[in-house]
Write a protein that binds this ligand. Structure first.
Ligand SMILES: [Fe+2]
Ligand SMILES: [Fe+2]
Length: 326
C-alpha cells in the first residue's frame, strides 16, 4: 500500500481548485507529474511543428512572383521561427531543455504536425498553406489562449495574432490567383485540392481514438475535442471557399439543417497514419534538412556559450575587485 503524505494531498487540492476556478498554473506551482509531462509533450510537438513548418514555404521565397510577395513570405516564415522560440521557452519553464527536445525531434522520438510532410509544388501552395494550414492552426490554438498552464496560454495570445495575419495573406494570395488568368485559377484550385484533406487531419484522430484528449480536457489544457474543432474549421472554410471562387474537393459536403453544420465526407485515416509513421512524401527530406541545419549551427551555439561564459567571468571579477574589465 502506498501512503500519500498529507502535504501532497493538500498541494493536489490547490492544483485541482486552481484548474476548476479557471485560474492559471504557473511554473513555481506544484503540479502532478502527468500534467507536466503531458504539457511538455504537447508544447514540444507544437514547437517542432513551427520550425519544421518553415521549410515547405521557405522553398518558395526565392521564386516569389514580386518583391511584395517575397517580403510578406519572408516575414511569415520568420514569424514561424519566433513561434518555435516562444514555445521552446514555455517548455523550458517545465524543466525540459531545448537541447533535449531538439534531440528528441532529430532522433524521431518526438513528432511534429504531419501536414509539413507534404510538398509545396506550386506558388499557389503558399496561399493554400496560409489559408488552410494556418487557418486550422488558429482554430486549434485560439482555445489554447485559455489553457490552464500560464506560460503556454500567454505564448498563444501572440502566436494567434500572427497566425491570423498568415491566414489572411494566404487567403488574399489565393483570391488574387483565383481572379487571375485561367492558368492561375487552375493552379489555385489544384493547391486547394491537395491541401484540403491533410488540413482536416491536422486536428488529430477522431475523438474515440484520441489517446490523450479526455485527460487534457479534464486538466483544461484542451478546451474542445478534435472532432468539434474540425467541424468548426469546415464550417468556417465552406463560405470562404465560395467567396474565393474555388471548390473544396469533397462531393459529400452538404449543409445539414438539423445539425446546423456542414456534413463532410470520410477522412482517409490510413494516409494519416502512414505519414505519421514516416512514410509521407517529404518526411525524410524535412528531418534531414533540420538535422543538417542543427549541425551547421553548432559553431553559433558554441560561440554564444563561450561569450556568455566570458561575460559571467568578467562580471564575477568586477564584483570581486570593484574594477571594470573587458
Ligand atoms: Fe506558427
Ligand atoms: Fe503561421
Amino acid at each position: 500500500m502506498t501512503t500519500i503524505a498529507p502535504e501532497e494531498t493538500a498541494r493536489e487540492a490547490v492544483f485541482d481548485a486552481t484548474v476548476a476556478a479557471d485560474e492559471r498554473i504557473e511554473p513555481r506551482d506544484w503540479m502532478p507529474d502527468a500534467y507536466r509531462s503531458s504539457l511538455v509533450r504537447q508544447i514540444a510537438q507544437h514547437a517542432h511543428s513551427e520550425i519544421i513548418g518553415m521549410q515547405p514555404e521557405a522553398n518558395w521565397i526565392t521564386r516569389a512572383p514580386s518583391l511584395r510577395r517575397k517580403a510578406i513570405l519572408m516575414a511569415k516564415v520568420q514569424d514561424e521561427a519566433g513561434h518555435g522560440l516562444y514555445l521552446y521557452s514555455a517548455a523550458e519553464t517545465l524543466g525540459a531543455g531545448r537541447d533535449e527536445l531538439l534531440d528528441k525531434l532529430h532522433s524521431g522520438r518526438q513528432k511534429y504536425s504531419s501536414i509539413f510532410n507534404y510538398p509545396t509544388l506550386t506558388w499557389a501552395d503558399v496561399g493554400a498553406i496560409g489559408w488552410l494550414v494556418d487557418g486550422a492552426a488558429i482554430t486549434n490554438q485560439v482555445p489554447l489562449c485559455r489553457c490552464s498552464y500560464g506560460p503556454y496560454a500567454r505564448a498563444m495570445i501572440r502566436v494567434c495574432k500572427e497566425e491570423s495575419f498568415h491566414q489572411r495573406q494566404g487567403y488574399e494570395l489565393l483570391l488574387t490567383l483565383s481572379r487571375g488568368t485561367d492558368a492561375q485559377h487552375a493552379m489555385a484550385q489544384d493547391a486547394v485540392n491537395r491541401w484540403w484533406w491533410p488540413s482536416l487531419m491536422m486536428f488529430g484522430p477522431p475523438d474515440d481514438e484520441s489517446a490523450h484528449s479526455a485527460q487534457s480536457m479534464a486538466w483544461k489544457i484542451k478546451r474542445h475535442s478534435n472532432d468539434e474543432l474540425r467541424q468548426r474549421f469546415v464550417d468556417i472554410c465552406v463560405p470562404q471557399a465560395e467567396a474565393l471562387g474555388l471548390t473544396l474537393p469533397d462531393p459529400d459536403l452538404r449543409w445539414n439543417e438539423e445539425r446546423g453544420h456542414w456534413d463532410f465526407g470520410p477522412i482517409d485515416w490510413a494516409e494519416f497514419r502512414e505519414v505519421l509513421k514516416g512514410n509521407g512524401p517529404c518526411n525524410e527530406e524535412r528531418i534531414g534538412r533540420r538535422r543538417r541545419a542543427h549541425e551547421e549551427g553548432a559553431w553559433v551555439r558554441e560561440a554564444a556559450a563561450a561569450h556568455a561564459a566570458r561575460k559571467a567571468r568578467n562580471a564575477a571579477r568586477t564584483a570581486g575587485t570593484g574594477e571594470a574589465t573587458r
